[in-house]
Write a new protein. Structure first.
Length: 288
């Protein structure tokens, strides 16, 4: 059983799944503050359903890339390429999680369920195969990657409606993913090449790629200030977002100057903490 649990954790990419659920949960709580009421039962439903849907998408991703995972050092020990789990077993697990997760989220409202299905399809069957063909894969992957805030926000309503708040929550996470993923792609470039992945802007770690990464980090700063501009985020949020954005930008400048893996790794680590800090700041400095 312990071996199965270890393999399951790797199949669903537990840390990534946790971060996705965290992002959706924060948006749910923001929407709840807007209504001045937190339905903790619905929060638990969102957490469970969101985890299952995310885990399913990651499972499908590993099934599709099983032969490529064998080629890379960072993924060779995943359950399918390592021979600990068959493709059929992973498929049954992933389908079960996808169907049950979608059904659970449908209990909140139809839009939440439909967005979860869309995120699975786009991540597993559009982003995954595109990774070997073109750097545009990062753009495609950023869409399902930015859906958790939308799913979490809409999950808090019986009849969700479109407003600036969920759109901006989506935009912040959408734009953040470009410097985040590109810094990871720079660090793992040699390993990615073994599988033929083309994720950097120019497909290689050169100065033009570094420039594009730098520009994406610049764009993130005004986007992160939009909650304050649209009057649902306070000035404390603006200060924290600006400070984090400028520090993130500093690491991007260092990458542009040095063009080395060490600078990319520092930027990658900053990207890990940037999003949760900004999202938590918005939660605590939200103006209903």
């Amino acid at each position: 059983m312990s071996t199965f649990l270890k393999d399951f954790v790797k199949l669903v990419k537990l840390r990534l799944s946790f971060l996705v659920v965290f992002s959706a949960s924060i948006s749910f709580l923001i929407a709840s503050k807007e209504q001045a009421f937190i339905n903790w039962t619905n929060w638990l439903i969102l957490t469970l359903g969101g985890f299952l849907v995310t885990a399913a998408a990651n499972g499908f991703n590993e099934i599709i890339e099983k032969d490529l995972d064998k080629l890379m050092r960072r993924t060779a020990d995943r359950p399918i390429p390592a021979g600990h789990m068959t493709t059929g077993q992973a498929l049954v697990l992933s389908l079960t999680m996808a169907l049950s997760g979608t059904y659970i989220l449908m209990q909140l409202n139809i839009l939440t369920g439909l967005l979860s299905v869309f995120s699975i399809l786009l991540y597993a069957f559009a982003y995954t195969p595109m990774k070997r063909k073109s750097p545009i894969a990062v753009f495609i992957g950023a869409i399902p990657g930015a859906l958790p805030p939308l799913i979490g926000y809409f999950a808090a309503f019986d009849q969700p409606q479109i407003s600036w708040i969920p759109i901006i929550l989506f935009l912040i996470q959408f734009v953040w993913q470009f410097p985040h993923f590109w810094s990871i792609a720079w660090v793992l470039d040699e390993d990615y090449k073994k599988a033929g992945f083309r994720l950097l802007p120019t497909t290689r770690p050169d100065r033009l790629s570094a420039l594009v990464i730098l520009l994406s980090t610049i764009v993130l700063i005004p986007v992160s200030l939009m909650p304050t501009f649209y009057h649902f985020g306070g000035y404390i949020l603006a200060i924290i977002s600006a400070a984090m954005g400028l520090y993130f930008l500093y690491t991007a400048i260092q990458l542009y100057k040095n063009l080395d893996t060490a600078a990319a790794r520092r930027m990658m680590y900053v990207s890990f903490v940037y999003l949760p800090i900004v999202q938590l700041s918005l939660l605590f400095d939200f103006i209903p």
